[in-house]
Design a protein around this ligand. Structure first.
Ligand code: CP
Length: 347
C-alpha cells in the first residue's frame, strides 16, 4: 500500500508531478470533476482542524467522490476505549482512502500497518504534517518559481511545530537552501530534525526576528501552540514572542513571500494582510488543489508497497517521548531503527 506519512515518502520527481497536476486542476477543474466518482474518503480527525479537514473534504467532493468520518474522537467509539488500530481497520472496510489527524506522534504508522487502503497523515502531534508541506511547496512554486537558492526564515514554535519539521525535511533536499531558524531558546528545533534533515544544510538558530528579516526570500511564521505545552504558565510567557507587523517589513526584500500554515493568533498582525507579500491566504487556498492531486496519485498507485522499515524490539527499552503513540496504544510494541530511534516518533 502506498501511504503518505512523511513528506520524504515522495521523491522530488513525484512532488514535481503533484505540483504539475495541482496546477492543471486549478486551470482545468472540469477535467477532474468525475475522477473519483464512486470513491469514498474516510476522514478521521482526532484533533481540531479547519483547513486540512475541509480542504480534503472539498478536494474529494471536487473529484466527484464522497466523504465519511468524524471531526472529534468524542463522537467515535474511541470514546469507549477503541484503539487507533481497530478504528482504522473498520474505516478501511468502509472507504477507499483514509486521511487521519491524531494528537499522538507516530499514530499514522500504527494506522498504516493495519489499513487496507492508502493512508494519509494529516498531522500527528508535534511530529509531521506532510500535506501542509505539499501546500507550502505549491505556494513556493507559485510565488517564487523555484525551490533552489532560497533563504527561508522559519519563526515561532520550532520545537512542536509539525509543519516546520515537514517543511525542513522537504526543502533540505534542494540545492543551496539556507534555513534561518528563529525561535525562543525553549522552542528550538528538536535534535532529531537536525540529525535527520539539517545534517547537509546550511542553517543558523537565532532569536531576533527583525534582524533576520532583510536576508529572507521566504518568511514562514508559525503559531506558538497552547495545546502542546505541559505548563500553561510557560505558554503565557512565550505566546507573544514574535509579532510580525507592517513596520517590521520595512527592510524586507520586495519579493519576500510571507507564509503561515494558519491558524494564526497574534503572530501576524492584520495590518500585514494587505501587503502584496502576504501569501498565507493563497497558501490555504492551494491546499484544496494539491490534496486533489494527492488523492488521485495515491488511488492510482494503490497496490504499490510502502517501503518503510518495520523496526526491531530492544530488550527493556521503551520510547521516552510521552507524546509517542507507542506509550498509549494498547497492543503495540516499542520498535526501533538500527541506530536506536523510535520508528513511530523518530525520537
Ligand atoms: N494548517 C493546518 O493544519 O490548519 P488546520 O489545523 O486548521 O487544519
Amino acid at each position: 500500500m502506498r501511504n503518505l506519512i512523511n513528506i520524504l515518502d515522495f521523491s522530488i520527481s513525484e512532488l514535481d508531478e503533484l505540483i504539475a497536476v495541482a496546477s492543471d486542476i486549478m486551470d482545468n477543474p472540469e477535467k477532474y470533476a468525475d475522477k473519483c466518482r464512486g470513491k469514498i474518503m474516510g476522514a478521521l480527525f482526532f484533533e481540531p482542524s479547519t483547513r486540512t479537514r475541509l480542504s480534503f473534504t472539498s478536494a474529494m467532493m471536487s473529484l466527484g467522490g464522497q466523504v465519511l468520518g468524524f471531526d472529534q474522537a468524542a463522537s467515535s467509539s474511541v470514546a469507549k476505549g477503541e484503539t487507533v488500530a481497530d478504528t482504522v481497520r473498520m474505516v478501511s472496510a468502509y472507504s477507499d482512502i483514509i486521511v487521519m489527524r491524531h494528537p499522538k506522534e507516530g499514530a499514522p504508522i500504527v494506522a498504516s500497518r493495519v489499513a487496507s487502503v492508502p493512508l494519509i497523515n494529516a498531522g500527528d502531534g508535534g511530529h509531521y504534517h506532510p500535506t501542509q508541506t505539499l501546500t507550502d511547496l505549491l505556494t513556493i512554486h507559485k510565488k517564487k518559481g523555484r525551490f533552489d537558492n532560497l533563504t527561508i526564515g522559519i519563526c515561532g514554535d520550532l520545537k512542536y511545530g509539525r509543519t516546520v519539521h515537514s517543511l525542513i525535511s522537504a526543502m533540505s533536499r534542494y540545492e543551496n537552501v539556507k534555513f534561518v531558524l528563529i525561535s525562543p531558546k525553549e522552542l528550538q528545533i528538536p535534535d532529531y530534525v537536525k540529525e535527520e534533515y539539517l545534517i547537509n544544510s546550511e542553517y543558523i538558530e537565532v532569536t531576533d526576528l527583525e534582524k533576520a528579516i532583510p536576508e529572507l526570500d521566504v518568511l514562514y511564521m508559525t503559531r506558538i501552540q497552547a495545546e502542546r505545552f505541559e505548563s500553561a504558565q510557560e505558554y503565557e510567557r512565550l505566546k507573544d514572542s514574535y509579532i510580525l507587523n507592517h513596520a517590521k517589513l520595512d527592510f524586507a526584500k520586495s519579493d519576500l513571500s510571507i507564509m503561515h500554515p494558519l491558524p494564526r493568533v497574534n503572530e501576524i498582525d492584520v495590518d500585514v494582510d494587505e501587503d502584496s507579500r502576504a501569501h498565507y491566504f493563497d497558501q490555504a487556498k492551494y491546499g484544496r488543489y494539491i490534496r486533489m492531486a494527492l488523492i488521485l496519485m495515491l488511488l492510482k498507485t494503490h497496490g504499490v508497497d510502502d517501503k518503510r522499515g518495520f523496526g526491531m524490539e530492544m530488550e527493556g527499552k521503551t520510547c521516552t517521548n510521552p507524546h509517542c503513540i507507542s506509550n498509549s496504544e494498547r497492543g503495540i510494541k516499542s520498535l526501533f531503527t538500527d541506530n536506536g530511534k523510535c520508528i513511530y516518533c523518530d525520537q
